[in-house]
Ligand binder design. Structure first.
Ligand code: COA
Length: 501
């Protein structure tokens, strides 16, 4: 109790401290509940667990708006009791994914940079309650965030009612790691004054007033971050292709020796690519990204990083332990911003970010599917990949050339769903090689992708398709045989494999 009283610095607010169960009694059917949280970082935990318990006894549903994916105490707990009606803007939870794909949950898969603005526009209804995790609350009622910012600041701004979960497992030294800037909405929006990844343009807290805060709930459940998988051979190869490519770009004078600010997606390949930077002779690197993971801590330890700016700090449990041991050291290099700013098209374009994200599949012309398996089943969502891909100086997509032991080719004639069009994609990298699509017309791109990136087992049938499509369309700009364009996916659905017999 002493710890929570120390953390709620406004004495009058201390009278609003209640249990998670008491706070959970506030929620009602159909409410728009907007929470903090981005990846398994800084999402409320005690309140959703208590809410899920309540929903078990008296079933009802809420609409859940977050920053992105969250941890199991929120998405999984509520999905398991069928407590979510509508969800936005991104998720990665298995139970929730199943509910999205069986029609029980309506899912709005949004560009993360736009999600705060969309929530402010009003057509989704208003924020009925904002539930945010905090490290502490200041005398003025301002909220000191924890390991991510996501959309928390915008949700607090929009809400009349705010419930704060003060997480005593989060170190107080996190204070000062945040830079909160909420743009005004059009027609009053001004340029976001960030010209370098290091620039601070806002406040170190989420602005709030004591009268908005309805309840304060103590919580000591730590972030449920995920362990890192060991880097596999394919990811290592993709990392090496990236480093070789970037070295040539520097030699060609297209970027400075310390590159341009890096953005790196999440998952295996992203980890391998960051590990490659650690082992390289590159230095003075800057990162303007969404999620900060273990690789950034490695870069700091290796003395190669000037700054990592993001919206979430989401390392593995080992990475988190390393960070907690020496917050003062790492904090100098890490800066957390609202996702509206970390992913801002305006800032990404100005800084000239190098965007590195993973695809589910790519087609022979360079279109990218990041979200839907066989065009229908939602995997996770577009997340920030579109924010960065469209606006970056250089846009790279990665994918292993095959999935499911070779039954799936990640290079297909036509993507079954398109998140990033050929116009946004500069480079595709698989463990087979690298396709540089810059300055190439569609038919040139097709040969570059098939020959350099497709798995050798699939190369002949992809080339055969391309040649027949070229012939059939009399060398059209983008040759396709429409009735065959999705034949790889049809074969997979019918026979469990994209390979021809
Ligand atoms: N067809 C069907 N299944 C496929 C597939 C394809 N073309 N490609 C991959 N899969 C399956 C894999 O077999 C694996 O299945 P499993 O979980 O049953 O083993 C699963 O999809 C995930 O594949 P994996 O290679 O482990 O992917 P990952 O963890 O690197 O994630 C994305 C890849 C695309 C799903 C993920 O990066 C994502 O959600 N991206 C969109 C959001 C984004 O880019 N965020 C970062 C922006 S800042």
């Amino acid at each position: 109790m002493i710890d929570i009283l120390d953390r709620v610095r406004n004495k009058e607010l201390q009278s609003k401290i209640v249990t998670a169960e008491e706070a959970a009694a506030f929620f009602k059917e159909g409410m728009n509940v907007a929470t903090s949280g981005f990846t398994a970082s800084a999402y409320p935990k005690a309140i959703p667990l208590a809410l899920a318990e309540r929903m078990k006894k008296e079933p009802f549903t809420i609409n859940l708006w977050t920053g992105a994916s969250t941890g199991p105490e929120l998405d999984e707990a509520l999905a398991k009791v069928h407590g979510i009606k509508k969800r936005l803007p991104y998720q990665t939870d298995k139970d929730l994914r199943n509910e999205i794909n069986d029609g029980s949950v309506d899912y709005l898969d949004l560009h993360l940079s736009e999600s705060a603005q969309l929530s402010r526009c009003g057509y989704l209804g208003k924020v009925d309650v904002a539930v945010v995790e905090a490290c502490a609350i200041t005398e003025e009622g301002n909220i000191i965030p924890t390991t991510s910012l996501g959309n928390a600041a915008s949700y607090v701004q929009s809400a009349d009612t705010v419930i704060v979960e003060v997480n005593t497992s989060q170190p107080l030294e996190l204070e000062g790691m945040h830079d909160v800037y909420i743009p005004m909405d059009p027609p009053n929006r001004l340029p976001i004054p960030i010209v370098k990844a290091t620039d601070r343009v806002g406040t170190p807290y989420i602005p709030c007033t004591p009268d908005k805060i309805k309840y304060i709930v103590p919580c000591d459940i730590p972030d449920h971050t995920r362990p890192l998988k060991a880097i596999d051979e394919d990811s290592r190869k993709m990392s090496q292709f990236t480093l070789d490519f970037l070295k040539k770009e520097v030699e060609a004078g297209r970027m400075p020796k310390n590159l341009l600010p890096l953005q790196s997606g999440v998952g295996n390949v992203a980890n391998a690519v960051m590990a490659g930077f650690v082992d390289s002779d590159l230095k003075d690197l800057t990162v303007y990204t969404e999620v900060i993971q273990d690789g950034m801590l490695d870069l700091i330890d290796a003395g190669k990083l000037l700054i990592a700016s993001g919206t979430a700090f989401s390392p593995s449990p080992e990475g988190m332990a390393r960070f907690y041991k020496d917050v003062a050291k790492y904090k100098k290099y890490l800066l957390l911003r609202p996702e509206e700013i970390s992913n801002s098209p305006e800032v990404v374009h100005r800084l000239g970010v190098i965007a590195m994200n993973t695809a589910i599949e790519v087609d022979i012309y360079g279109n990218v599917n990041s979200t839907h398996i066989t065009g229908t089943k939602m995997m996770n969502g577009i997340g920030g990949s579109g924010d960065f891909a469209r606006n970056a100086y250089l846009t790279i997509f990665y994918t292993p050339s095959i999935a499911k032991g070779g039954k799936i080719s990640a290079v297909v004639p036509m993507c079954s769903h398109i998140d990033h069009t050929e116009h946004d994609v500069d480079i595709i990298i698989t463990e087979q090689g690298i396709a540089d699509l810059r300055g190439k017309a569609p038919r040139e791109r097709a040969l570059e992708i098939i020959n350099n990136c497709a798995h050798p087992d699939y190369r002949p049938i992809l080339l055969d398709y391309f040649e027949r499509a070229t012939e059939a369309t009399h060398h059209a700009n983008t040759p396709h045989i429409l009735e065959e364009a999705l034949s790889f996916h049809e074969r997979f659905v019918a026979n469990g494999s994209m390979m021809k017999d």
